[in-house]
Design a protein around this ligand. Structure first.
Ligand code: FAD
Length: 450
């Protein structure tokens, strides 16, 4: 089946955007004989190329690959990839659950080649809905980013897997010149290494990886490095077993049943579950700082509770000169720091894609204009026609971007599309109860509405 058909053919399933989540869907759909096509605007799969650091590892075990948690027998598993690449024994001897990030990137390209249903250079620009004799049909208009040429695809079911976009805080909108989001780090690394001083803003995993890489690359301690975050501390990712149990279908179901304001508040409280720094990397950076403190070289400045409230850039003969105005969030005092290059490790944002404008009136949107996903991840008013991948953190919780839950979500989406479950969709996998245990005798507090 060719992925490049652009006529009146109606596919069963169409995925927009091919990151790990929709790629996993392509791989799980393939053995089912579903007529599926997946549109990707880039010319090949490249997983976070700006952060493909040599020594970076996946933050989840290899079992969180594209398919295994839904179908351990799948030919698209990470172990199958290693076998085909002739690297299964070295992986076995390596005895680590955590593949290199580069390896996962290569695995995704391998799986995309194997599955054969990805159409590249296809950027979805508009979606409309029509009908044929059989039922509703979604029409996806695409453009080829290389030459602007147009094509159209049709399908009964849509799955949106467009990921998230680099987030640039409003307070830093005034900066120009040498300022980049961490998603571009490796593309500008040489320029950063050439700068007299660099400031990294943010305290997630990407921020820490950038700081550690700059420290390692600046062996002679020539560069002045600042690491600033508004968070109360450079906190670690919580990674203990009972906390990891929240990465589960039953916790996601519990979370989704809370009211929207409670969910938003919980997500802010749960930053440590998905926004922190892996503990080994925290220790590695401390060790780098400790070793550097032996040398008479500029010591990096690390500051938590340092919120950037404004920024301006002056172009000088020696390049950009940025002035950042900071507020110490505990004392409220404001102060300024200067720097010549800024890395914004300020995360990613999800917006409702503009290409959905043509079907917006058929979608469930919450009070903030966010797609309001049901338990089965569908977001269309009828239900079961349009689904989201990793766009439902505000309804299903912090597990949305977690690779470990990708295969489960895809099994749930396929169950809804097919009306039966080709793969088991587990309802309960952990030891803890979340919310009121099923079957518990409920008590109505005195005075409460019956
Ligand atoms: C550096 C980094 C490392 C991470 N490491 C881990 C990890 O180890 N473990 C973990 O659980 N999570 C990790 N994550 C979080 C998360 O798993 C990843 O962000 C993951 O890539 C999300 O996959 P996705 O399929 O939602 O989107 P993406 O990987 O962002 O892919 C979306 C795709 O959609 C395409 N696209 C967008 N718009 C269109 C359009 N209009 N038409 C066609 N194509 C379009 C894009 O080109 C892109 O290829 C990491 C995140 C980052 C940033």
């Amino acid at each position: 089946m060719t992925a490049h058909r652009t006529d009146d053919h109606v596919h069963d399933l169409l995925g927009i955007g091919v990151g790990p989540f929709n790629l996993g869907l392509a791989c799980l759909a393939e053995p089912l004989g579903l007529d599926a096509v997946f549109l990707e605007r880039r010319g090949e799969l490249r997983w976070h190329p700006g952060m493909m650091l040599d020594d970076a590892v996946l933050q989840v075990p290899f079992l969180a690959d594209l398919v295994t948690m839904a179908d351990p027998t799948s030919r698209f598993s990470f172990l199958s990839y290693l076998k085909q690449r002739g690297r299964l024994y070295p992986f076995y001897v390596r005895e680590s659950f955590y593949p290199l990030r580069r390896e996962f990137d290569d695995y995704c390209r391998w799986a995309a080649d194997e599955v054969g249903t990805v159409a590249y250079h296809r950027e979805a620009v508009a979606v409309t809905r029509t009908h044929d004799a059989t039922g509703p049909v979604y029409v996806v208009a695409c453009r080829d980013p290389r030459d602007g040429s147009r094509s159209t695809y049709r399908a009964r079911h849509l799955v949106l897997g467009v990921g998230s976009e680099p987030h640039r805080p409003e307070a830093l909108a005034g900066l120009t010149g040498a300022v980049w989001h961490s998603s571009d780090y490796l593309h500008v690394r040489d320029r950063l290494l050439g700068a007299d001083d660099v400031t990294v803003v943010g305290s997630g995993q990407s921020a820490a990886e950038v700081v550690s890489d700059l420290l390692a690359a600046d062996g002679h301690g020539r560069q002045r490095l600042q690491w600033l975050t508004r968070s109360p501390r450079f906190f670690p990712l919580e990674y203990t077993k009972l906390t990891l149990e929240l990465t589960s279908p039953e916790y996601s179901r519990h979370f989704r049943r809370l009211d929207a304001d409670r969910r938003d508040a919980l997500l802010r409280e749960q930053a440590g579950l998905y926004k922190g720094i892996s503990a080994p990397l925290v220790d590695q950076i401390h060790e780098q700082l400790y070793r550097r403190s032996l040398d008479a070289v500029p010591q990096p400045r690390l500051a938590a509770c340092a919120e950037v409230v404004d920024g301006r850039t002056e172009e000088t003969p020696r390049g950009s000169r940025h002035t950042l105005r900071l507020r110490q969030t505990e004392t409220g005092e404001e102060y300024e720091v200067e720097t010549s290059a800024v890395v914004l490790a300020t995360g990613y944002a999800r917006a409702t894609p503009r290409f959905l404008d043509g079907v917006r009136d058929r979608l469930r949107l919450d009070g903030h204009g966010r797609l309001d996903a049901r338990e089965d991840f569908s977001v269309d008013r009828e239900g079961g026609e349009v689904f989201v991948q990793n766009a439902e953190i505000h309804t299903h919780g912090f597990v949305a971007p977690d690779l470990g839950m990708g295969a489960w979500r895809n099994a749930a989406i396929l169950e809804r599309v097919l009306g039966e479950a080709p793969y088991e969709v587990e309802r309960r996998v952990m030891f803890q109860d979340f919310g009121v245990p099923e079957g518990a005798r409920r008590v109505v507090p005195a005075g409460a509405a019956r």
